[in-house]
Design a protein. Structure first.
Length: 394
């Protein structure tokens, strides 16, 4: 078999398409593989411009590519190869890899194009890309789920930690309560028991002055117990969240005068409560029950922690949309190191000694004021007294 017949046989049986064109871009030959790819018969292609096998914009630009190469000698595809799209007879396009070689044969310049169909490879690439995108989406979803799960776990961890901390606080409160109650209840109850026993003896004599003295002591002990129980009840309601705020327009001056009159009855020897009001307005919108309880608690503390022959200054002021209530005494004062825990339940300063108290009052006052939308400020120094200021704004 001569070489020309062998070459023709190789070209005809090649699995890739092979097309030759002249220097004008006219197709001179096309093998069966290329005809199958483009969907033409040989006579439909040979003698026509190769651009018929190209979609736009390559179709319009192809002759310019050849002219540019002939003028400049600069190769953009010859001997290099690139991916392009081919135009079938039915108008559809497909991807293929084009390799072009230049041959000089019988004083002619011939360009040979080798066409390798990339349709299957592109389909595989598209499937791979599709699966990659789907996988990325799954990973994103799983990542979101994982982040959400981690967030929930962190929240659960925080909740558990808060619960444990709350449980710890409750246990500490229970411990303080038991310690305080055992002391605070024992003292007035012992006083009641002793006074009752002495009254029986004084009746036999009789000694009415002594009887009156001890009945007064019993009343004082009962009043103390009642005050302790009221503090416990107030704390329980606050912890249960059942304390409601019922704001109404109240006459602050009338309320202040009423409190001063009531609290004067529990004052020590020559203790006096001095009340005054500043401002032309007397009415302000507040919860009368919570406000009265807060003021009574502060005035009661002032009486309790101040000595005989002292003044308790109690004042109110309404200035525009602000109402200020101040309770000031010249008592024992609060040590600096104790002030950081001043509003903790059951906490009492170390200098209170044997002065009775639950350590709940200031905690309750602050929470009442907060519920009414106000704020509580204070100043205190050892042996120089204490001042509490309640500030409410409409």
């Amino acid at each position: 078999m001569d070489s020309s017949r062998l070459l023709a046989a190789i070209i005809d049986t090649a699995i890739d398409g092979i097309v030759t064109i002249d220097h004008m871009g006219i197709v001179e030959s096309i093998n069966p593989a290329a005809l199958a790819l483009f969907g033409y018969e040989a006579q439909e292609v040979i003698g026509n411009n190769i651009s018929m096998l190209m979609p736009e914009p390559d179709k319009s630009r192809h002759d310019g590519y050849i002219d540019n190469y002939k003028r400049t000698g600069k190769k953009k595809i010859i001997g290099i190869g690139r991916e392009v799209r081919g135009l079938r007879k039915d108008g559809t396009t497909f991807p293929f890899r084009l390799a072009v070689s230049e041959v000089f044969y019988q004083n002619k310049r011939v360009f040979t194009g080798f066409v390798h169909d990339l349709t299957k490879e592109k389909e595989v690439e598209e499937q791979l890309l599709k699966h990659t995108l789907e996988l990325e989406e799954i990973v994103r979803d799983r990542t979101k789920d994982l982040i959400s799960l981690v967030s929930e776990l962190e929240k659960a961890k925080t909740d558990v930690s808060n619960s444990l901390e709350k449980e710890k606080e409750l246990n500490q409160l229970k411990s303080r309560f038991v310690s305080m109650a055992s002391h605070e209840f024992r003292t007035p109850l012992s006083s009641v028991q002793l006074s009752a026993s002495l009254i029986e003896k004084y009746i036999e004599k009789p000694d009415f002055q002594a009887v009156l003295k001890h009945t007064a002591r019993i009343k004082g002990a009962v009043q103390l117990l009642n005050s302790i129980l009221n503090d416990f009840l107030s704390l329980e309601k606050l912890e249960a969240g059942v304390v409601t705020v019922n704001k109404n327009k109240i006459n602050v001056v009338h309320l202040g005068e009423e409190i001063a009159e009531e609290m004067q009855l529990i004052c020590k020897k020559n203790q006096h409560i001095v009340y005054q009001h500043t401002g032309l307005e007397a009415e302000f919108v507040l919860d009368p029950h919570l406000l009265k309880s807060s003021i009574i608690n502060l005035v009661s503390n002032a009486v309790k922690y101040s000595g005989e022959d002292t003044f308790i200054e109690f004042s109110t002021e309404i200035n525009g949309d602000t109402c200020t209530v101040i309770v000031k005494d010249n008592g024992i004062g609060i040590p600096d190191e104790d002030q950081v825990n001043l509003f903790e339940p059951f906490f009492r300063a170390h200098n209170t000694g044997n002065i009775p108290g639950t350590g709940l009052g200031l905690n309750i006052v602050k929470r009442y004021i907060t519920l009414m939308g106000g704020k509580l400020e204070y100043w205190s120094a050892i042996h120089k007294g204490t001042m509490f200021k309640m500030i409410f704004t409409q």
